[in-house]
Write a protein that binds this ligand. Structure first.
Ligand SMILES: *Cc1c(COP(=O)(O)O)cnc(C)c1O
Length: 423
């Protein structure tokens, strides 16, 4: 049998990959004439070749139809966001009426907190993970201040209980139950960006609801990475971006989920005309009548050029299907983990949970020897066309994306680390 850690072995694994053709649907950047080993889909996914045609379609329509483009021909702009609704609902496991592509992640998080963070005399607190993504933390803290509540008393940050910086479910449950009476909102990541740990969202939503709190999720690192079942999870809301694993381009229009049970909610919201019920929107009346479902949180007519590339990416997700992508992802990340265990244990420590059920495609790798060694390795990789990303003080994140990465890419990474270590 071929050694799976040899070049021939990696190529044999790639030849047996039922999704191997999808790589050809992406533009892979080059380094010194050779395709990069690109592991940075957790930050910016690669460009689907189909994206350009969708963008050009919008530019051409604008050139030839101008204002008429809103209502005429193919891919009309008025209902343009509806073009992504069904495939997006499929990717996140939601009803089509529960999802909408709009704004940016942080904007959507604010809009959701305006509606779903409703502090009362008894319940004022928001519970988040310690070390949450800065934008989320800024958003939460500013919401608390906006309501006149001092974050010192109302922001609960749960510390990880494991030495590697990950959380046990028991620690999360304890934190929610211990603060149950005063919790208004539990806001938790689907996959923690630093450690790559994935969480049982249904269980967290269940516990949050059990104590009478709202459950909201930030799925920036989970969407397109893990098969999600948002509707069944019972989450009240969720937000995510589309430029990471969803490959929709820098600053792409983001996503938002509002559970069906809130489709006709009377909760307050920040309103705009695009959230108005579409049949009567253009009567331009003074009274806001929200569209039932997630669409009712839209503010403005969307940036059509920012939505266009998402269509190309969602086509690829629909073609592959999340179950097959996840199966490949487990194989690919498992291969990376096995290579590290077999050959690189002295150089790299895997911070991400070892249990595949508790992670997506990303492995966070702590470089032995501290920050300077880590930086040196990171730069060495860069000069060899291997693209991961760096997290202070000593972690390199490597995220093999099942849509376009190969076992050969992963082997190339491991080989490069070996060379660096020997140098
Ligand atoms: C990537 C990411 C963001 C980015 O926010 P934008 O509003 O899209 O700029 C926010 N939160 C988390 C957890 C992220 O991973």
């Amino acid at each position: 049998m071929t050694d799976p850690f040899s070049e021939a072995g990696a190529h044999a694994l790639d030849a047996a990959d039922p999704l191997r053709a999808l790589r050809d649907e992406f533009l892979i950047p080059r380094h010194g004439g050779v395709e990069q080993a690109y592991f940075c889909g957790n930050s910016l996914g690669l460009q689907p070749k189909g994206a350009r045609a969708h963008v050009e379609e919008v530019l051409d329509k604008w050139a030839t139809e101008a204002v008429e483009g809103h209502f005429t021909g193919q891919a009309q702009w008025m209902p343009y966001h509806e073009l992504v609704r069904d495939p997006l609902a499929e990717v996140v496991g939601a009803l089509p009426s529960e999802v909408v592509a709009m704004n940016s992640l942080t904007t959507n998080l604010h809009l959701m907190m305006v509606s779903f963070y409703q502090p009362t005399i008894e319940r004022t607190a928001i519970l988040v993970e310690a070390g949450s993504f800065p934008s989320d933390r800024y958003a939460v803290e500013s919401q608390l201040k906006y309501r006149g509540l001092p974050p010192k008393h109302t922001l609960i940050e749960v510390e990880p209980d494991n030495a590697d910086g990950t959380f046990s479910m028991e620690a999360i449950e304890r934190a929610i139950r211990d603060n149950g009476q005063r919790l208004a909102l539990v806001l938790w990541p689907g996959v923690q960006y630093r450690t790559g740990q994935a969480f049982d969202l249904a269980e967290i939503a269940r516990i949050a609801h059990d104590v009478g709190a709202i459950a909201g999720f930030d799925l920036a690192h989970a969407v397109g990475n893990l098969p999600l079942r948002l509707h069944d999870s019972g989450a009240d809301f969720a937000v995510w971006c589309h430029y990471k694993y969803l490959n929709a381009g820098p600053g792409a229009v983001a996503g938002c989920f509002v559970h069906e049970r809130h489709a006709r909610t009377q909760r307050p919201r920040f309103a705009g005309w695009w959230g108005h019920e579409p049949d009567t929107r253009f009567r331009m009346g003074p009274e806001f009548v929200p569209t039932p479902g997630a669409d009712g949180w839209q503010l403005s007519n969307p940036p059509i050029l920012g939505l266009a590339p998402l269509r190309a990416s969602l086509d690829l997700f629909a073609r592959a299907g999340m179950p097959a992508l996840r199966a490949k992802s487990e194989r690919l990340t498992g291969y990376l983990e096995a290579l590290i265990d077999a050959r690189l244990r002295d150089a790299l420590q895997v911070v991400t949970p070892r249990n595949p059920a508790q992670r997506g495609c990303q492995l966070s790798l702590r470089v032995a020897g501290g920050r300077e060694r880590g930086r040196a390795l990171f730069e060495f990789l860069g000069t060899h066309g291997i693209v991961g990303d760096w997290r202070e003080p000593d972690v390199i994140r490597i995220s093999p994306a099942p849509l376009y990465n190969t076992h050969a890419d992963v082997l190339r990474f491991a080989r490069a680390v070996e060379h660096w270590r020997a140098s």
